[in-house]
Ligand binder design. Structure first.
Ligand SMILES: C[S@@+](CC[C@H](N)C(=O)[O-])C[C@H]1O[C@@H](n2cnc3c(N)ncnc32)[C@H](O)[C@@H]1O
Length: 214
């Protein structure tokens, strides 16, 4: 299942410009090894935000091999990115890519469980990107909250989960587990009705929640 109809997805895919050699290599590695990375459009959306905001600090939860991080790092001006990854092997691969892409100085990869490392990040965080364990999103958000800048932006990936969040509850044969789908539905509803955030759910990539702090 996919969010977009096939012809729209194909059109967007063909529209993607050529990537830098390192970014191209990351995409090839992710495809070869089944590594979960954001879709290019999500990476470019984050890059656009970084370009416009010129943030002092971006916090990313879920580095994997650093693909979304690189999209953002390429557009950084004065600031830097702290990115959290629980898998040391992935963190090491990401660091290698950052060095080779020439953004190593702008990115700090913190290894460990984000449930323990988020609160160690000194703010103010101007852009928070959540892309790790889907059932932990609300905890990451709560932990990061004290370090957010007053006008922080939030991006959360996979909130439409291949479109399956829109299926009726208990639908059989879904790719995403029922509890993950239930969690995404709750998060989306909470964000849209939140007194702390002005939020929208956008059909970019696998669906993102995009929010600005009230
Ligand atoms: C979807 S991938 C991140 C993809 C990356 N943002 C990109 O687009 O290139 C999710 C990553 O989060 C990591 N992860 C999962 N749970 C985590 C946790 N509790 N703390 C830190 N990292 C975690 C996984 O090991 C995985 O590499």
């Amino acid at each position: 299942m996919a969010i977009l109809s096939e012809h729209v997805a194909r059109y967007l895919d063909e529209l993607r410009p050529a990537r830098s050699p390192v970014m191209h290599e990351m995409e090839a590695m992710a495809a070869r090894d089944g590594m979960p990375i954001v879709q290019w459009e999500t990476g470019r959306f984050l890059a656009t935000l970084v370009r416009a905001l010129d943030p002092g600090l971006v916090l990313e939860v879920g580095t994997a091999i650093g693909y979304s991080t690189l999209h953002m790092a390429e557009q950084l001006g004065r600031g830097h990115i702290v990115t959290l990854e629980i898998d040391p092997a992935r963190a090491e691969v990401a660091r290698g890519f950052f060095t080779r892409a020439g953004v190593g100085e702008r990115v700090r990869v913190v290894e460990g469980d984000a449930l323990e490392t988020v609160s160690g990040v000194a703010g103010p965080i101007e852009l928070l990107f959540l892309d790790a364990a889907k059932d932990e999103y609300r905890s990451y958000l709560e932990l990061a909250e004290p370090a957010l800048s007053p006008r922080a932006l939030l991006v959360v990936d996979n909130v439409l989960m291949s479109g399956e969040v829109a299926l009726r509850r208990g639908a059989p044969d879904t790719y995403w587990a029922a509890d993950r789908l239930a969690g995404a539905r709750i998060l989306n509803a909470e964000l849209l009705d939140s007194s702390a955030w002005v939020a929208a759910v956008l059909p970019i990539g696998d669906g993102i929640a995009f929010a600005s702090r009230r």
